[in-house]
Write a protein that binds this ligand. Structure first.
Ligand code: SF4
Length: 204
């Protein structure tokens, strides 16, 4: 039986906050704030599919990715091919953040490339627009394990249409979904499953 595919970007959302992932991918909520608008602007060029050669390196933009083995679909902002080396690059707005979510998304891209091309992808990079610097990411055992765990946890949550409780910590400060999520209400009403059910309950 085919497994339900998980969109690569959902992995970053889940790793950041499972509730954010459920709001976007189950409830289809998407709010814009200064961070997401910056992200969209920075993504405009890499969202445009195409291929070019730079100093002996072939560069593919907006390359479709998939993994049948792990049930993944999505795309890579950029993949560089130099000899036998395949190197995914994911573009992010703002300055470098220390967390793991972006690395998990990038590692999942590497897992897709390995299955699609029959190669080993040892490392890739996050490009931070704020500092205009690349941060190289090594796809070691720990990150691969965390990525596989996140794939399964994300699939389980989305397949069962679960709505996790809010995290109500520092992550909420920069979250584009804070208004829709209403984390303070979620804490007071831990039983509710979706924002819309809360609205209905309030109306009665
Ligand atoms: S506001 Fe907080 S709890 Fe709600 S989705 Fe964002 S990070 Fe998660």
């Amino acid at each position: 039986m085919a497994i339900e595919p998980v969109i690569l970007s959902a992995l970053e959302h889940y790793a950041y906050c499972p509730r954010q992932c459920a709001l976007i991918h189950t409830e289809q909520v998407f709010d814009e704030n200064v961070f997401t608008l910056r992200g969209q602007r920075h993504h405009e060029r890499v969202d445009d599919p195409g291929s070019e050669e730079r100093y002996g390196v072939r560069v593919e933009r907006a390359m479709p990715l998939w993994s049948h083995r792990y049930g993944l679909v999505g795309k890579a902002d950029l993949v560089e091919f130099e000899g036998e080396t395949v190197y995914p690059v994911e573009y992010k707005s703002g300055s470098r953040r220390a967390g793991e979510p972006e690395k998990i998304q990038l590692c999942a891209q590497a897992i897709c490339l390995e299955e699609m091309l029959g190669v080993t992808v040892e490392r890739g990079a996050l490009f931070w627009h704020g500092s205009r610097r690349r941060e190289e990411v090594l796809f070691g055992t720990h990150l691969r394990q965390r990525t596989l765990e996140t794939i399964e946890a994300t699939r389980t949550m989305l397949t069962n249409a679960q709505m996790p409780p809010p995290v109500t910590d520092n992550r909420c400060r920069h979250c584009s979904l804070k208004e829709a999520c209403m984390p303070e209400i979620g804490q007071k009403h831990p039983d509710y499953t979706t924002l819309f059910e809360v609205d209905n309950e309030t109306d009665t």
